[in-house]
Every structure is written in structure tokens, then in C-alpha cells.
Design a protein around this ligand. Structure first.
Ligand code: AGP
Length: 598
């Protein structure tokens, strides 16, 4: 989704900092970009990738000592130069960048047009510079004009504005992420920390309703009644190095290969192999719930399905809900229900809406998230961090693995009486090595030569391997643009089997040798009878390897952790397929890393 950057207090490198910041936010997904510099008020914006803006800057350099920049992910109006941000008023005194959706923009636009204002874009954002300019015309100071304009907005927004020749950046946050970076000489604004982590790791995480007034001599934070607020400056732990590609061709590949480390981070200090115990300092006091409802989107929803299945196995009623459906038709719950939002970013609008709905019904909420101080982490009663480290590729990889580990730990924390956890903990401690073995020995890349021209790719599994099948298909379709679907294996015969042909390889995730694995062997036979080649992702405990065309082998592990290993094989297949097809793997078309609109 849209990315905002801002910088004030530097002398001659502001433009470079803004462009570097926009580059660091590319992972959020965008289709146009622009910059406004002050005090000159010059604006340059281009549809397409940042390279187009960079080329334009070579012929039309911007001058100024402070500025704001934006990467736009289209909502209102197509990705054109005129719809790109920053947007300005008719006399170019005000420039504004915005992330989110201004829900009452139609009324505001109609009123402005009735006053004779001419709009030059299709965006909701453009009402903001016109409203500020109108207030300036009425004699308001720039700061008052900004506040009065923000007071009129409904919906979600992070906004940054520069006004006339004031040496100030004005910003506001309501429902969309906005953070402030601070060093001795300058103030940075951004949608996310990587935009300025090259320059400072000292960060203020703004709350909804807060506004920022930044000048060359510092910044102040105000609440929505315009009263100053004392804020904490926190030092984030990650470095610019962690947010770079470290020699990999793509962030996605880097993040796949980081999994041994990220998984270790997820459980280290939280498990005791000798005692067989699990501790989280963050969530020690959560009472045992009557039931658990998970809310999540996309990959995180697949982790939620897995978490719910584990809880049910441990005797706790649990369901996973797509967050985009939950808030609109909330399922019944009792006051003893725990609602868990699984969200890598902690900023997904649908998930936040579902969590807010649950909170409004008086139940306890928990965010299982990767992002410290994200909105979900701050708004929920409890936050449990998966500690996977920054994930930049739009396709979630290492965070999914860590979400599965997080679910395992959480389940045992919530369950009434635990069985002997030592086998699980020992397997957890072996998991980074097992993932490394998959990475070192995987034959996923060679499968692309054989099956890279197929009509479609199907993924099947049962039990917790349904999550892996759905996730394998999501990864495949989002980065390769090939048709890919995941199904619970038992559902094949109820419809999807009609799609199966010799040109549709089927990836069957079969781990262990229980009744589910045995039944999945039957599903394999069903698709083989229709001529489909079958690739088993298997630990070799069942007879799957003996009956299929190809094998992606995983080491034997605790059955609850086998899905983590199987999923790594499917991540690698999707990556190499997309790479062979020349897709822009880290920035798939139409997708955004952090989906901050409902
Ligand atoms: C998965 O590869 C996608 N990036 C997407 O499905 C993602 O998982 C979804 O948008 C939810 O994001 P979140 O975990 O940040 O809430």
C-alpha cells in the first residue's frame, strides 16, 4: 500500500534521503511515485516504477531543504501521473501525500466544487490540499489550516503536508501507519521504519489521532485536541543491513534462506527442553479461554487455520475466520472467548477491523504479529511477537514459518493441561537444522524444468497440511501469475477434480503415516487416474514416495512441525517457477505488502 516519507533538518541531501526512503518502501507495493520539496514547493511525480521518477529528476531536478515523498497504490483513479501524489491546491501553495482512504471525500469534494475549486485528479486525497488552501485564504495560519482540515476528514489516513514557504512538515495519523525517526539534526517521517533506518534507529510510533509538526529545529507531537503529547523515543533493533538483499537476487529468496535463523529467534528463550516448559514474558497472564477465534488474511489466515486445528486437537474449541468477513458478520462468542489476530505487519486493515469488532464486544484480544509496536500490537490486550525479523518481499515466507511456531507455543500456553512437551521442544530446537537441510538438498528448482509450462498447479493436503496446500497455492499464484489452487485433499472429488488433467501437476503434502496420510494416498490415486503428474512433499513415513512421479523430501520431525518443512519446499518451487518466468518476484503486480485499506 502507499508509502510516505518526509525529511526535514538536513541541508543538501534531502532529495537523496527521500528517494532512498521511497526505495525502501517499494516492498509495500505501488504503481506511481512523487516528491514535493520545500520551501520551493516544487513537485515531481510519475506513474510506474521509481526509475521513472528518478529519470524525470535528472531532467527536472528539484531543489529544497526539506520535503515529502510518496509511493501510491491506486484506490481512487488509475495509476497515472495526474493521480500520483503529492497533490496540490490550485495555486500550488500546499502539497500533500496520503495513505489510506478518506471516506467522506465525495461530500468534501462537492462542497469545494460548489465554492469554485477545480480538481485535477480522480483521487480522494486531493480534497486535502484544497481544504488547507481554502483555510489559508480565510486567514488561518498554516498550522491551524492543517488542523482544521484534518478535523474534517473521516476514514483512515496518514498524511504529510508542506504549506507555502513555511519550513515545516505537518503530519497526521488516523488508522494508517506513520512513524517518526529522530536524530540530532533532523526529523524523518515514514510509513515504516526501513525508510529511514539508514539514518536513525530512534523512532516514535505515533498513535491514531496524533499529529506532528516538524521543523529544522525538532518536532512536536499533538493530540487531536492540539495539546502537546509526551512521546517515548524507542530504539528499534534492526539495522539497515537486515533490510538489504545481502547478495540474493530477491528479498524473497533471502527471506526463504533466513528461515533457520528466524525460526530460532521465534522460539529461543521461550522453551525449556529439560523442564518441557514454554514461557512468554509478554503473555503470561492470559486466562485459559473457553474458545479461540482467529482472524487473519492471506498467508496469515493459513497460519490461523493451522493454529485453530492445533487448539482443537488440544480440546479447545477454535475456528479461523477471514478477517474481511468477520467484522461484517461477526460470529457469536462468549466473554471467555479469546480473539487472536495473526498479522505479519500488524497493520492489515481487515484484521484490525475484526479485532476492533471483537474488542467492542468485550472479549480479550491478542495480536500474534511480527511487527513491534504495530497498530495490532498496540490496540490488542496482548501482543505476542514472532520475531522473524523484517520481511520485505511482498510474498510472506519466513513470517509464515514463524507464525506456525508461534501457534505451537501459544496453543500449549492456552491448553489446560499439557502433555509431555519435551518431544515437541526437542523437535523445535532441531527445526532450524531441518529447514537448512531442505534448503541444501531441495530438488524444487529442477521440477521447474519439467513442469514449468503446465496449465495449472494444484496443491492438496489434509489436517494441518491443508494450511500448507493453501499457502503453497497462494505463493505460487501471487508471484508466478500461474493458475494455482489449494484444496483439502478430501474435497477433490466434490468439484476440483474436474480441473485435473495430464497438464496440471498436483503437489500432495503427505507427512506421517496416520489415517489422514493414508487417505491422502487415495486422493493421489484419484488424480493419477486422470493423468495428473503427482509430486509428493513427504517425510517418507507413508507409501506416498512409492506411488508418485516426483518427491520433495523433508526430514522426519514432530508431526506438528512437518508443515513448516513441507512449506519450505513449496516456497522454493514457487520462487524458481516465478524466476524462470521472469516475474518481478518481490513486487508482484497489483499486490501490496501491507494492505492498509478494507
Ligand atoms: C502473502 O504472501 C501476502 N503478502 C498476503 O496474503 C498477506 O499474508 C496478507 O495481506 C496479510 O498480511 P498481514 O500478515 O501483514 O496481516
Amino acid at each position: 500500500m502507499c508509502g510516505i516519507v518526509g525529511c526535514i533538518g538536513r541541508d543538501d541531501d534531502t532529495l537523496d534521503i527521500l528517494m532512498g526512503g521511497l526505495r525502501s518502501l517499494e516492498y509495500r507495493g505501488y504503481d506511481s511515485a512523487g516528491i514535493a520539496m520545500g520551501p520551493s514547493g516544487e513537485v515531481l511525480k510519475r506513474s510506474g516504477e521509481l526509475d521513472a521518477l528518478e529519470d524525470a529528476l535528472e531532467t527536472t531536478p528539484l531543489t529544497g531543504t526539506f520535503g515529502i515523498g510518496h509511493t501510491r497504490w491506486s484506490t481512487h483513479g488509475p495509476p497515472t501521473d495526474r493521480n500520483a501524489h503529492p497533490h496540490t491546491d490550485e495555486s500550488d501553495r500546499v502539497a500533500v501525500v496520503h495513505n489510506g482512504i478518506i471516506e467522506n471525500y465525495s461530500e468534501l469534494k462537492a462542497a469545494l466544487e460548489a465554492d469554485g475549486v477545480t480538481f485535477s485528479s480522480d483521487t480522494d486525497t486531493e480534497v486535502v490540499p484544497h481544504l488547507i488552501a481554502q483555510a489559508l485564504d480565510q486567514g488561518e495560519s498554516p498550522e491551524t489550516a492543517f488542523h482544521n482540515t484534518v478535523d474534517k476528514l473521516e476514514g483512515s489516513y496518514a498524511i504529510a503536508a508542506i504549506i507555502d514557504d513555511e519550513e515545516t512538515i505537518y503530519a497526521a495519523r488516523q488508522g494508517s501507519p506513520l512513524v517518526v525517526g529522530v536524530d540530532d539534526n533532523s526529523t524523518f517521517l515514514a510509513s515504516d521504519v526501513p525508510a529511514f533506518v539508514d539514518h536513525t534507529r530512534d523512532v516514535v510510533f505515533l498513535e491514531d489521532g496524533q499529529r506532528v509538526i516538524a521543523t529544522p529545529s525538532g518536532f512536536s507531537v499533538l493530540d487531536e485536541t492540539r495539546q502537546p503529547v509526551e512521546v517515548d523515543i524507542e530504539t528499534v533493533s534492526y539495522t539497515a543491513d537486515e533490510t538489504g538483499k545481502s547478495g540474493y537476487d530477491h528479498y524473497m529468496l533471502k527471506e526463504i534462506y533466513e528461515q533457520p535463523t528466524s525460526l530460532r529467534q521465534s522460539f529461543s528463550g521461550r522453551v525449556d527442553a529439560l523442564e518441557g516448559s514454554i514461557t512468554f514474558e509478554e503473555v503470561e497472564e492470559i486466562p485459559q479461554p473457553d474458545a479461540v477465534q482467529f482472524v487473519a488474511c492471506g498467508t496469515s489466515y493459513h497460519a490461523a487455520l493451522y493454529g485453530a486445528a492445533l487448539l482443537r486437537e488440544r480440546g479447545i474449541p477454535a475456528e479461523a475466520y477471514l478477517a474481511s468477513e468477520y467484522a461484517l458478520s461477526p460470529p457469536p462468542l462468549t466473554l471467555g472467548t479469546l480473539v487472536v489476530g495473526i498479522t505479519q505487519s500488524g497493520e492489515t486493515a481487515d484484521t484490525l477491523a475484526a479485532l476492533r469488532d471483537a474488542q467492542s464486544r468485550g472479549v480479550t484480544t491478542l495480536a500474534l504479529t511480527n511487527t513491534v509496536n504495530s497498530t495490532a500490537a498496540r490496540e490488542c490486550d496482548h501482543a505476542l511477537y514472532i520475531r522473524a525479523g523484517p520481511e520485505i518481499g511482498v510474498a510472506a515466507t519466513k513470517t509464515f514459518s514463524s507464525q506456525l511456531v508461534g501457534c505451537n507455543l501459544l496453543v500449549e500456553k492456552l491448553a489446560d493441561s499439557s502433555p509431555d512437551l519435551r518431544p515437541l521442544i526437542e523437535s523445535l530446537r532441531d527445526l532450524p537444522g531441518d529447514v537448512q537441510e531442505v534448503l541444501d538438498t531441495s530438488g524444487a528448482q529442477t521440477l521447474v524444468d519439467e513442469y514449468g509450462n503446465s496449465d495449472a498447479y494444484f496443491f492438496i493436503g489434509r489436517g494441518t497440511n491443508v494450511s500448507v496446500a493453501l499457502e503453497g497455492a497462494l505463493k505460487c499464484k501471487e508471484i508466478s501469475y500461474e493458475h494455482a489452487e489449494g484444496f483439502p485433499a478430501g474435497e477433490l472429488k466434490h468439484g476440483p477434480l474436474a480441473l485435473v488433467t495430464p497438464e496440471t501437476p498436483v503437489f500432495a503434502v503427505v507427512t506421517g503415516n496416520d489415517e489422514r496420510a493414508q487417505k491422502t494416498l487415495g486422493s493421489i490415486k484419484e488424480v493419477q487416474a486422470r493423468g495428473a503428474p503427482v509430486i509428493a512433499v513427504t517425510d517418507g513415513q507413508s507409501a506416498a514416495a512409492e506411488i508418485v512421479d516426483e518427491i520433495l523430501e523433508i526430514p522426519e520431525t514432530h508431526q506438528r512441525l512437518a508443515p513448516v518443512l513441507a512449506n519450505v519446499q513449496l516456497q522454493l518451487f514457487s520462487y524458481y517457477l516465478a524466476d524462470a518466468l521472469g516475474r518481478p518476484i518481490d513486487k508482484p503486480r497489483n499486490l501490496a505488502k501491507s494492505v492498509t485499506v478494507e
